[in-house]
Design a protein around this ligand. Structure first.
Ligand code: PMT
Length: 406
């Protein structure tokens, strides 16, 4: 995997060299980008020698061509598309402010705007600068957009003051990067059962009822769980997505088939996440031959399908001796999101419901992002900003680990 490491101008810039070494243990290919101020504290040569990659220090050369250390005049776009994560450590108050306000004055700040990869910042500065309301507001704005912030530690600062502002420990920053990239092994030894995609309910040999689910949310969950060391069973309705590497992939078609596959594997699962958009109704009569067109209007009689999640929840509640799995459902809603999510949480006896308003821009079906609020059995409600489906998956898995704590 490839990451960009932005180094900005603070005394802690020298610690970025140690960070490079630590991140290389995770087999990450690191592209260092330095601001002009950073070069006052440490030279590009150090990072070039450590990473084996040219260090990017400038946006433009004086003659308008790309500078020698940048491969093309629109290198920021190429780097933005190539990287799996952008890390900025140390991040000064200045770069945080530029990120928060979308000011793209150099390579690093332009890269931040141009990339869709997750962003991690590790601020380091004087305690008064860190506690200043302007910095607080900027950090809050970045957090609300899904930027991961590794808070600075407390102690003696380079300026001689004592307080918060010291760059977080290398290990904490590395752990956060691994977590965001899904390189943790915190699900090792666990089996995670995921459902994804739509179901198809046949009407006759050529027609069926289905919905708009692409499977992306469920596949992202499966991929995140695999990367975090779980054994993953993915029960998938029909999608156009390739089977995720490392997961046991079980293709199904109807709600009844999905139910059979889930029930076969649920007993061994430590965690069950139902992201599939399962049909609530199916045709009461499935015609053996293609229905003929008739001149008049016809009515379709539908019957309810079994509610797979509710069945699992009910059985878990009734069978106290079985080892307790964590049960996570989704709720695809178009109105009264919180009320309906809470109602589903209770009726289906789940531990958590991830509710998405599928009418909201960037949420729900088919896109690569989702906007989800997590509703927990203890009454907590955790709204997440618009994130990639992979990021949403990781946040759900983080919460599962939290629920598993004794
Ligand atoms: O696949 P994508 O294009 O990426 O889109 C993602 C998504 C919108 C499908 C996903 O984020 C989502 O919301 N999935 C759940 C869709 C759904 O069926 O919601 P629901 O509110 O109707 O069902 C509530 C829960 O009960 C779900 O966990 C569902 O899997 C489960 N259910 C529903 C009906 C049924 N008969 N059996 C079930 O188990």
């Amino acid at each position: 995997m490839k990451i960009a490491l932005g180094v900005t101008g603070g005394v802690a810039a020298y610690k970025s060299a140690e960070l490079v070494r630590r991140l290389q243990q995770e087999k990450l290919d690191i592209q260092v980008v330095m601001t002009r101020a950073a070069q006052e504290f440490i030279t590009p040569l150090t990072f070039a020698a450590l990473t084996g990659n040219k260090v990017i220090t400038e946006m433009f050369a004086r003659d308008g061509a790309a500078p020698a250390n940048v491969e093309s005049a629109i290198e920021h776009i190429a780097v933005a598309q190539r990287i799996d994560l952008l890390l900025v450590a140390p991040a000064t108050a200045d770069v945080l402010a530029q990120f928060a306000h979308g000011i793209a004055g150099d390579f690093l700040t332009t890269l931040y705007l141009a990339t869709k990869a997750p962003v991690v910042v590790a601020p380091a500065m004087n305690v008064n600068m860190w506690e200043h309301p302007a910095t607080r507001d900027n950090v809050a704005a970045l957090r609300s957009r899904g930027v991961h912030v590794v808070d600075p530690g407390e102690g003696y600062l380079a300026c001689g003051m004592i307080g918060a502002g010291r760059l977080a420990e290398t290990e904490s920053i590395a752990q956060k990067v691994c977590a965001v990239l899904g390189l943790r092994h915190d699900f090792a030894g666990q089996t995670v059962l995921v459902t994804a995609g739509p179901t198809r309910e046949d009407l006759d040999p050529v027609r069926f009822l289905t919905n708009r689910s692409s499977g992306k949310m469920g596949y992202a969950l499966a991929e995140a769980a695999v990367r975090r060391g779980a054994r993953v069973v993915l029960v998938s309705g029909p999608t156009n997505l390739p089977a995720p590497a490392g997961a046991d992939w079980i293709p199904v078609r109807s709600t009844e088939e999905m139910r059979g596959a889930v029930r076969e594997h649920s007993a061994q699962a430590n965690v069950i996440v139902m992201a599939a958009a399962v049909a609530d109704y199916r045709p009461a009569i499935v015609h053996a031959r293609k229905m003929k067109r008739a001149g008049e209007r016809i009515a379709l009689e539908l019957e309810p399908t079994p509610d797979i999640l509710a069945e699992l929840g009910r059985e878990r509640r009734e069978n106290h001796t079985a080892p307790r799995s964590i049960l996570v459902g989704f709720a695809a809603e178009t109105e009264q999101i919180a009320e309906r999510a809470r109602e589903k949480l209770a009726r289906k006896a789940a531990d958590m419901i991830a509710a998405n308003d599928v009418t909201q821009e960037g949420a729900g079906f088919d896109g690569d992002t989702n906007v989800v609020t997590l509703f927990l059995r203890d009454g907590r409600q955790i709204p997440l900003p618009k994130l990639s489906k992979f990021e949403v998956a990781n946040r759900i898995l983080d919460q599962v680990l939290d629920l598993q704590k004794p």
